[in-house]
Structure formats: C-alpha cells, structure tokens
Design a protein around this ligand. Structure first.
Ligand code: F6R
Ligand code: ZN
Length: 185
C-alpha cells in the first residue's frame, strides 16, 4: 500500500484531487473584485455563474512540507475585464508558490506588496509561473476554455485575502481591440 500522502490522482474534467477539499466560487463571491461594478451588478441580476473551483490537498504539516491545489477558472468577462480569482497574499509572506499550467490559456497578475510593482505573466498548458514571496497573485482566464493549473506552496503559507479585499490590485486585464491588455484600474 502506498501511504495516501505520497500519491493522489486528479481529474481535470471535474477539477478534483482525490481525497482533497473542494471549493466553488460563484460571481456573487467576487463582489468588489471587478472594476466595472455596473457590469457586475447587471451580470449578477441575470444569474450567478460559477467562476472557479479549487481542490486542495494538505498531505503533511510542518516546516518544509508542501500543500497543493488544482484550480479551474472559467472563461468569460465582466464588462471587458476577464474572469479572475480573488487573489491573495500568503499569510506567511515569504512563502513562494509554483503554478503549473495544464489546460487553457491566461495569465497571472503579480503585485509586489511593498512597491506595488505589477507584472503580467502568461499561464497556459506546458508553462510554469514562479510566484515569489511577498507578492499578491491572481489568476486570469483570457482564453475561451477553462484555465486549469496546479499551485504548489509551503504548508505554512496560509491565505490572506484581506489586503486585496480592501484595496484590490492596482492593474486590471481587459480586452482592448480583441487583445488582453494590462491597464491601470
Ligand atoms: C494557493 C493558490 C491557489 C489559489 C487559487 C484560487 O496559495 O494561490 O491555489 O488558492 O488559484 O485563488 P484564490 O485563493 O485567490 O481565490
Ligand atoms: Zn497562493
């Protein structure tokens, strides 16, 4: 028998890691995250679509251990801004993270906590994004199919959503002339 912390199967169509937790985020969970609040309210009045799911596994706890999650972010836009995850800093700020793109295409918005400097990094199948510590990160789907990725992070990382909920990212990714474009909020 292989100990269960050493091995897990995942299903890309269901977005599930066997033995992991599963969380769903709908449009109503992202109030305040999109720049165009009028477009957001209008879309929400028509329904409450699923924006993304995360299935996470915590195989072990303590110094040096790792946790990981499988994310599935749907394609779509609120106004001209592409669907996105809430985004967060790690509670333990030095914690970095590696994102491995499995399907679809999009990007990660990275924002240094102390300088506010922003970078937009492509995330798609067969690509890896390294998120340094002390960096707020958000995933954005600029494609037409679900963007699927795995994130691997220190067990001690934790998720701190409060700074983004309070102030949001400085930059947004919108469609301009058919092209994903990074602009000031
Ligand atoms: C974990 C991590 C990802 C995200 C996932 C959903 O540290 O960065 O697994 O949790 O992309 O995004 P949030 O957590 O911002 O809703
Ligand atoms: Zn993270």
């Amino acid at each position: 028998m292989i100990p269960k912390e050493l091995y897990a199967k995942f299903d890309l169509d269901r977005g599930v890691i066997e033995g992991g937790t599963f969380a769903s985020r709908h449009l109503s969970d992202l109030n305040g995250n999109f720049a165009d609040q009028v477009a957001y309210d209008e879309m929400l009045s028509q329904g409450n679509p699923l924006l993304y799911t995360v299935s996470s596994l915590e195989p072990a706890h303590g110094d040096g251990q790792l946790h990981y999650g499988l994310g599935v972010l749907m394609p779509g836009k609120v106004g001209d801004e592409y669907f996105l995850t809430k985004g967060h800093l790690h509670t333990w700020r030095p914690a970095a993270e590696v994102y491995i793109g499995l399907r679809g295409s999009g990007c990660m918005l990275l924002q240094d906590e102390s300088t506010g400097d922003s970078r937009l990094v492509p995330l798609h199948s067969q690509s890896i994004v390294y998120v340094p510590g002390f960096t707020a990160h958000r995933t954005i789907n600029t494609g037409t199919e679900p963007l699927i990725y795995i994130g691997v992070y220190p067990a001690q990382a934790g998720h701190d959503y409060a700074p983004i909920a309070k102030q949001n990212f400085r930059m947004i990714v919108v469609e301009r002339n058919g092209t994903p474009t990074l602009v000031e909020r």
